[in-house]
Design a protein around this ligand. Structure first.
Ligand code: SF4
Ligand code: SF4
Length: 456
């Protein structure tokens, strides 16, 4: 079977600090959770409970208010002790509820009741996804119903691409989820296809995981009620950033040219979203927990844990045995998401969100150093003094978009941000290979117009 990939650039990204893809374990219940009421910048959900109120596990605590927002549910039972301000995005503050654990669980440890969904139409399925606040869990966190509505603006056919591509070790949580909940992920794809109006489902699977791809495909075919949906599997390369929208589009274009069943618009979602769709429709439960890969040089152990949404990062640190002897909490810095594309957490009190798939914890926090740069520097064992470009050309050779990161960085460093109009996807390959450890990608993606790249 042919393996499809993007044509140039990229890198093999290995990391000994990432957890193994063996098996997840259930994290201890947190004594307290922090639940933000916004999923993305500009969105706000309206609280439906007030401070001091007793809360049940899975209870609706804030209601969706228009496009971009989603219903919010309590991941634990307890009491809503206070409302705090939470930075959902740079420059965007929203409310977050602090809930203290207490009372009894009405879901944990109880048998789940399965609901039949095959008689439901797309509208009824979307209503359920709306009700249980299902969002895109491996992307920006957009509510699923918003994505479906946008895709349905035209009558063109839609292909659902299920992104089971593992191009870097920090995707261990996604991998474990796929292995542990293969049937749920596959059935979630069928439900999503009907809700979105997709006529074909393509499992995009890393070539190294053929067995997983076959298992997903067989499970989906087994559960499909009729022959209305076409299923296929496409094998992809495993060079980072194979998983990016850019690379996936390149793969699907080539696959379609060779006769693959890819028609019309692409709706690309990951396995965590498929499992959430399944839980919302079949078990009628919101997302209460998620698989998170936790590791880094500052931690004693590395693991994939199933953590309650809203657990603080310090709870995950404790779950992994705490810090190594040399690391002090004050000097620890956590990066949320892929270490190459992730963002630095403000503190270990930041909560696990529905979109948090990995957390990397390193030591040696320094003022003015981003989480990503801290990560890259931790790989070489420390901080470099102010370094400059040595013109080695490594950054150009790995850029999948054939850009010149060195040139872009230098232009931005001269204060000419306005002259840079690149289509950089922020993959971080250039920054990862730069021997001078210049913050290339960070500068290209994050420097505001008129800003100085050296300050990022
Ligand atoms: S310039 Fe952008 S697209 Fe190219 S390697 Fe750097 S981050 Fe990736
Ligand atoms: S990789 Fe770094 S040092 Fe080498 S050319 Fe690019 S910016 Fe300069």
């Amino acid at each position: 079977m042919k393996v499809y990939s993007f044509s140039r650039g990229g890198l093999r990204f290995e990391d000994d600090f990432a957890p193994g893809r063996v098996k997840s374990w259930l994290a201890f219940l947190p004594e307290m959770v922090i639940v933000p009421l916004a999923v993305e910048a500009g969105s706000r959900s309206i609280p439906v409970v007030s401070e001091g109120r007793d809360i049940e596990e899975g209870m609706l605590i804030a209601r969706r208010q228009g496009s971009g927002s989603a219903n919010v549910h309590s991941p634990i039972p307890g009491k809503l002790v206070k409302t705090i301000k939470w930075a959902a995005a740079p420059g965007f503050l929203s409310d977050a509820f602090v809930i203290k654990l207490g009372g009894s669980f009405n879901r944990l440890g109880k048998p789940e009741v399965k609901h039949e969904w095959t008689d439901l139409n797309w509208f009824e399925l979307r209503s359920l996804l709306d009700e249980y606040g299902v969002i895109e869990m491996d992307g920006l966190g957009r509510p699923l119903c918003d994505i479906f509505s946008k895709n349905n603006m035209t009558d063109a056919p839609i292909t659902l691409i299920v992104r089971c591509v593992f191009d870097e070790p920090w995707l261990a949580a996604e991998y474990c989820l796929c292995k542990e909940r293969t049937e749920a992920v596959a059935e979630g794809c069928l439900i999503t296809a009907r809700a979105a109006g997709a006529s074909s489902v393509v499992f995009a699977v890393s070539a190294a995981e053929r067995e997983l791809g076959r298992a997903l495909l067989e499970a989906a075919k087994r559960n499909a009620a009729s022959g209305q949906i076409t299923f296929a599997e496409v094998l992809t390369g495993s060079r980072y950033p194979q998983r990016s929208d850019y690379a996936m589009k390149a793969v699907m274009t080539r696959y379609a040219k060779r006769g693959g069943p890819v028609k019309g618009g692409l709706l690309t979602l990951g396995p965590a979203t498929m499992a959430a769709v399944y839980d919302a429709v079949v078990f009628r439960v919101p997302v209460l927990e998620r698989h998170v890969a936790v590791g880094g040089p500052a931690l004693k152990h590395r693991a994939v844990v199933k953590a309650r949404i809203g657990s603080r990062l310090r709870d995950l640190v404790a779950e992994c045995g705490g810090f190594t002897g040399k690391t002090e909490e004050e000097s620890a810095v956590a990066t949320i998401g892929s270490p190459l594309m992730g963002r630095a957490a403000a503190s270990l009190d930041e909560p696990v969100l529905k979109t948090s798939r990995s957390v990397f914890v390193s030591a040696a926090k320094r003022r003015g150093v981003s989480g990503k740069k801290n990560f890259l520097l931790s790989k070489i064992g420390g901080f470099l003094p102010e370094a400059s470009c040595i013109n080695c050309g490594e950054c150009r050779s790995v850029c999948p978009l054939r850009l010149d990161p060195e040139d872009l960085y230098k232009t931005i460093s001269c204060g000419r941000r306005g002259m840079v109009n690149s289509n950089c996807i922020g993959c971080g390959c250039c920054e990862a290979v730069c021997p001078s450890k210049l913050p290339l990608c960070t500068a290209i993606v994050r420097t505001p117009p008129g800003g100085d790249a050296r300050a990022v």
